[in-house]
Design a protein around this ligand. Structure first.
Ligand code: BGC
Length: 720
C-alpha cells in the first residue's frame, strides 16, 4: 500500500480502532490456551477489549495465526491485519547456539546466516516480527539473561546485533521468509543490581553512552523496525516512562521513526514500581514517552480513550502511534497478504528444519570455545573404549532458553554424536549426578569414576540446566550446580585422559574445575546439532576456533567484571596471584578473570609476527588501516580470530586500558604465514566527554593485537 493510501486508511479509522492498533494481546488470553507466558496473566479480556487490537504474541503455529487472522478480519469494518510477534531468539524449530555463543564465533556472516534460517522457519510458522536482537550490554553472569545477549563488548554486540537484523529482515520485508525485528531491551536492562533480574540499574550518562547505548543504535542503523524499552528502572525510572531515553535520545537524537513496544505488562508494572498512580496514569506516561504498543497490560485498551477525552493525550499522539504500527504492517506486505505465505501444513517447517541442520552444526562448532587443553585434545579417533559421563552426556536439553518452537526430541546428544562419528567404538554412558541446583545426590559418582578408569578417553559433560538461564533465572552463586564439582574431581582423578565439556547459558565460576581438568571445551547451549558438533570437535574432525564474548570470573565476588577496565590511580603491579597493599586489588582473589573476553584456544599455535599501521599520524575522523602478519607454528590447520585493541593514552576523561577496535578471522595451514588487513574505524577513537559530546581528542593512541592481558605488538599513532 502506498503511504497516501495508508494515511487515508488512518483518517477513516475511529479513535477506538486507532487505539486498537496500539494494543497487543497474548494468544493464550485470546484463545484461552495454556501457552507459556513470561509474566502475570491475570487479565480477563472483555468483549470490548477483544473487539479492536493490533497485534498478538506467543502462538504456536501458522494454523493458529491463519485462524485468528481470518476471524479478526472478518469482524472489522476497516480490516487491518493483525501483526503476529514471537521471540525467535536463536532459532524457531531448529535451535542454533544461544546468542552469547554465536557472538563468540566472531563471524557476523554466520550469525546472519543463522538468523536467515530462523527467519525462514518462523515466517513459514506464521510469525511476522521477532523480538530480536537482544543487545543488552552485560558484565554480570549472575543475570540469567546474559545467554540472550552478544556479550560484554558493545562494538561486538553492535556488529552481531546488526548481523541478526540483516539476517532476519533480508533484502526486502515483502520477500517470503523474512521477519521484521524488534531490538531490545533499551536500555540498561543488562545491569540489574546484584545480577537479579528486573532489578533497578543505576548508570551514569557517561557509562550509558560509552557502553550501554551503542549496540541498540547499531541495530537501529541496520534497519530494526521496532524497539522495546526495558522494564526495570534505570536511574530512577522504568525505561517506558523515561522521557530522556525515549524522547530525547531515541527520537530527537537518533531520529528513530519506527515503532516502540513496551515489554511484557510493563505499563501495569509502573504501578507496582510506584511511579504510576493507576492504569490511566501508566498509559499516559507511556504514551508521552512515545510507546506505541502496550504489550498485554491492557492499560491502553482500558484507559487511553478516556485519557484522550479528558485532554491528557491528544488524538494526534494516537495518530502518530497508530501510523507507526500501520507502517510496520505495510512494510511487511500484510495488507496485500495477511498470511504472508505462512503454510498451515507443518511439513513446510519440518522440511526447512531438515535443511538447516548442517548450518546448526556449523554454528555450534564455530561457537564452541576451547578454554583449556594440556594436550589431551583432540582425542585419538582410534580410541576403543569411550566413557561419556555426566548430566549432559546423553541429554537433549541442550538447546537453551527461548527456542520457543523447537522440539528437543530432535536434538543430537553428545553420546549420539560420538556413536555416529565412531560407530566401531564401545561407548559407555553414565549420566552421573544431576545438574540441578541444590542436588546433593552423588550416589552415581562411584560408577562414573569406575567407567572412567576403564576407558581410553573420557568425555565429562557437566554444566547448568537449560532452565537455569534465561528470563527470571538469576543465581547468586555461579558455580557448577549440585555434586558436579565432586564428579569432575573423581572422574578426572580416575583417568587423566579426560575432557570436561561444558553446557550452560552463562559464564560459570570454573576455578575448582580448571585446577583439575586436563581440558575444557565450552559448548554453551549449542542447539539441535550440539552433540554432533561436540563429537567432531573432541575427536579432531572439526577445529575449535570460538572466542569468549563474555569473561569467566575467578569468583562471583569479582562481579561485575569485564575486560575493558579503566586504570585506577593505583593499578596493581604485582603478579596476579599476589596481593599488593594500597593498590586496587583483592586480598583473596586476583583481579583478572579466569578466562577473559577474547580467549579461546585452537588445536594449533599461532605466532603473531608483525603489526603494521598504514600511518602513524592521522587527522581526526580518518580510519586506521592495520596489517597483522601471523604464522601457524603448529601441526594442524586452524582458524584464528585476530583482535585489535585500542587505548587512548591521555584524554579528558578516564578511558579503558583496552577496547576492541577491529577483528577478523584467518585460516592457516601448518607452517603457513599470511597477513590479515583490518580497519580501525575512527568511531573506535571516540570518547564521551564531560560536555556531553562524542569526540576524538587529539593525542597518542596505542593499537595492539591479542586480547585482555595478552596484548602484543603494540604500536603508537597520533591523532591531530
Ligand atoms: C521479555 C521480553 C520478551 C517478551 C515477550 C518479556 O518477559 O522480557 O524479552 O520479548 O517477554 O515474550
Amino acid at each position: 500500500m502506498k503511504t497516501e493510501a495508508l494515511k487515508k486508511l488512518l483518517e477513516s479509522m475511529t479513535l477506538a480502532e486507532k487505539i486498537g492498533q496500539l494494543v497487543q494481546w497474548n494468544y493464550a488470553a485470546l484463545a484461552m490456551t495454556d501457552a507459556e507466558v513470561t509474566g502475570p496473566e491475570t487479565l480477563q479480556l472483555s468483549a470490548d477489549a477483544m473487539k479492536y487490537f493490533g497485534s498478538v504474541l506467543n502462538f504456536s503455529s501458522a494454523d493458529e495465526m491463519i485462524r485468528l487472522q481470518k476471524q479478526y478480519l472478518a469482524g472489522q469494518e476497516h480490516p487491518v491485519p493483525l501483526l503476529f510477534m514471537m521471540d525467535v531468539i536463536h532459532g524457531y524449530r531448529t535451535a542454533f547456539p544461544i546468542p552469547l555463543a554465536q557472538a563468540g564465533s566472531f563471524d557476523p556472516d554466520l550469525v546472519k546466516e543463522c538468523a536467515r534460517a530462523a527467519s525462514a522457519e518462523a515466517a513459514a510458522g506464521g510469525v511476522h516480527l521477532t523480538f530480536t536482537p537482544m543487545v543488552d550490554h552485560v558484565r554480570d553472569p549472575r543475570w540469567g539473561r546474559v545467554m540472550e545477549s552478544c556479550g560484554e563488548d558493545p562494538y561486538l554486540s553492535g556488529i552481531m546485533g546488526a548481523a541478526q537484523v540483516e539476517g532476519f529482515r533480508g533484502k526486502d520485508l515483502t520477500d517470503k521468509g523474512t521477519l521484521a525485528v524488534c531490538v531490545k531491551h533499551y536500555a540498561g536492562y543488562g545491569a540489574p543490581e546484584g545480577g537479579r533480574d528486573y532489578n533497578q540499574a543505576e548508570l551514569s550518562e557517561h557509562v550509558l553512552r560509552e557502553w550501554y547505548l551503542p549496540a541498540y543504535k547499531a541495530c537501529l542503523d541496520a534497519g530494526a523496525d521496532m524497539i522495546m524499552p526495558s522494564f526495570n528502572s534505570l536511574n530512577g525510572l522504568p525505561s517506558v516512562a523515561n522521557p530522556w531515553l525515549m524522547n530525547q535520545v531515541l527520537r530527537d537524537e537518533w531520529r528513530f521513526e519506527g515503532a516502540v513496544i513496551s515489554d511484557y505488562n510493563a505499563l501495569d508494572e509502573l504501578i507496582t514500581q510506584g511511579v504510576a498512580e493507576n492504569r490511566q496514569h501508566a498509559a499516559v506516561q507511556a504514551m508521552n514517552c512515545g510507546c506505541d504498543i502496550d504489550m498485554v497490560s491492557g492499560c491502553y485498551a482500558s484507559d487511553l480513550e478516556k485519557a484522550v477525552r479528558e485532554g491528557l493525550i491528544s488524538e494526534d499522539q494516537i495518530n502518530t502511534a497508530a501510523m507507526r504500527v500501520l507502517k510496520v504492517k505495510n512494510d511487511l506486505g500484510l495488507f496485500e497478504d495477511p498470511f504472508r505465505g505462512a503454510s498451515a501444513d507443518p511439513e513446510t517447517v519440518n522440511r526447512l528444519a531438515r535443511e538447516h541442520r548442517p548450518l546448526a552444526e556449523k554454528a555450534a562448532i564455530a561457537s564452541a570455545v576451547l578454554l583449556k587443553n594440556t594436550g589431551v585434545l583432540p582425542f585419538d579417533k582410534a580410541a576403543k573404549r569411550i566413557a561419556v559421563i555426566g548430566p549432559f552426556a546423553d541429554s537433549r536439553e541442550i538447546v537453551g532458553a527461548w527456542c520457543c518452537n523447537c522440539d528437543t526430541r530432535e536434538t543430537v546428544t553428545v553420546a549420539e554424536g560420538i556413536r555416529t562419528l565412531l560407530p566401531d567404538a564401545e561407548v559407555t554412558v553414565v549420566t552421573g549426578c544431576s545438574a540441578r541446583i541444590g542436588d546433593t545426590d552423588g550416589s552415581m559418582i562411584g560408577e562414573a569414576a569406575h567407567a572412567a578408569e576403564n576407558a581410553d578417553c573420557v568425555i565429562l559433560c557437566v554444566g547448568e540446566e537449560m532452565e537455569c538461564s534465561g528470563e527470571g533465572r538469576s543465581r547468586a552463586s555461579i558455580s557448577l550446580p549440585g555434586m558436579q564439582a565432586e564428579l569432575v574431581r573423581r572422574v578426572a582423578g580416575a583417568n587423566p585422559n579426560t575432557a570436561v565439556v561444558l553446557f550452560g547459558g552463562r559464564p560459570l565460576d570454573l576455578t575448582p574445575v580448571e585446577k583439575i581438568a586436563p581440558a575444557m571445551l565450552e559448548m554453551w547451549m549449542p542447539g539441535t546439532e550440539g552433540g554432533t558438533a561436540a563429537a567432531k570437535l573432541l575427536f579432531g574432525d572439526a577445529e575449535p576456533c570460538g572466542k569468549l564474548a563474555m569473561s569467566f570470573p575467578k569468583s562471583a565476588g569479582q562481579l561485575p567484571l569485564f575486560y575493558a577496565r579503566s586504570n585506577t590511580g593505583r593499578p596493581k603491579q604485582a603478579p596476579e596471584d599476589e596481593y599488593q597493599p594500597y593498590c586496587s586489588n583483592y586480598m583473596d582473589c586476583g583481579n583478572l578473570p579466569l578466562y577473559s573476553f577474547g580467549h579461546g584456544l585452537t588445536y594449533t599455535e599461532f605466532r603473531y609476527d608483525e603489526l603494521r599501521s598504514e600511518k602513524t599520524e592521522l587527522r581526526a575522523g580518518e580510519d586506521l588501516n592495520v596489517t597483522v602478519r601471523l604464522t601457524n607454528t603448529g601441526k594442524r590447520t586452524g582458524t584464528e580470530t585476530v583482535q585489535l585493541y585500542i587505548n587512548d593514552k591521555f584524554s579528558s576523561v578516564v578511558t579503558p586500558v583496552q577496547k576492541l577496535a577491529a577483528f577478523g578471522r584467518i585460516t592457516l595451514a601448518p607452517g603457513e604465514s599470511s597477513e590479515i588487513s583490518l580497519t580501525v574505524s575512527h568511531e573506535r577513537m571516540k570518547l564521551w566527554n564531560f560536555a556531553g559530546q562524542s569526540v576524538i581528542e587529539p593525542g597518542a593512541f596505542e593499537i595492539s593485537a591479542g586480547y585482555a592481558d595478552h596484548l602484543l605488538l603494540t604500536q603508537t599513532f597520533t591523532v591531530s
